[in-house]
Design a protein around this ligand. Structure first.
Ligand code: S3P
Length: 177
């Protein structure tokens, strides 16, 4: 059984939606940032601060390769995970890729005040700039849901409805039961 992989910019709701989605399917949930934290025993912020982004990306790549071997899991990625095409390839080989989108204003209101994302510079312009650099990577998703005006349950329902409409019979059977 394939995985469901959530991709998208920081603050689009990948972790909270992923958790709830996994609950409704009775699947396991995993977040690549948490696994990196467990493996390294450091928070994402600490890895960036002590070792830099290159080290974070190499830990991320190892975690992605491992999780891509799993089945029937909801996987929330970090906002930069699929910037590396090899990560996306690995995840897509064994998973349906669901994109989450949110407007810049929504992203700012969700994460603007928190200081746990080393790459999030809290201005509208900086977010727009990084988003436009990554836009093509996020566009590789099988389908994308705009989370801006929705609560977690509404996003989960929309994802489930979209999955049911997909032609993958095996997956459809699981998601509807
Ligand atoms: C990053 C997003 C973060 C985390 C790291 C880098 C990015 O994950 O992986 O801070 O490059 O966009 P979230 O998208 O869960 O915040």
């Amino acid at each position: 059984m394939r995985n469901i992989v959530l991709i998208g910019f920081m603050g689009t709701g990948k972790s909270s939606v992923g958790k709830r989605l996994a609950q409704s399917l009775a699947w396991d949930f995993v977040d690549t940032d948490w696994v990196i934290g467990e493996v390294t025993n450091l928070s994402v912020t600490e890895i960036f601060r002590r070792h830099g982004e290159t080290r974070f990306r190499s830990e991320e790549k190892i975690v992605v390769a491992r999780l891509s071997q799993k089945e029937q899991m909801v996987i929330a990625t970090g906002g930069g995970t699929v910037v590396d095409p090899l990560n996306l390839q690995a995840l897509a080989r064994n998973g349906i890729i669901v994109g989450l989108y949110a407007t810049v204003d929504t992203i700012l209101s969700r994460v603007g005040q928190k200081n746990e994302r080393p790459l999030l510079k809290g201005t509208k312009e900086a977010i727009e700039e990084l988003w436009s650099q990554r836009q093509e990577c996020y566009a590789q998703a099988d389908f994308t849901v705009d989370t801006s005006e929705k609560n977690i349950d509404e996003v989960v329902s929309e994802i489930l409805a979209r999955l049911e409409r997909m032609t993958d019979d095996e997956f459809t059977r699981v998601s509807t039961h």
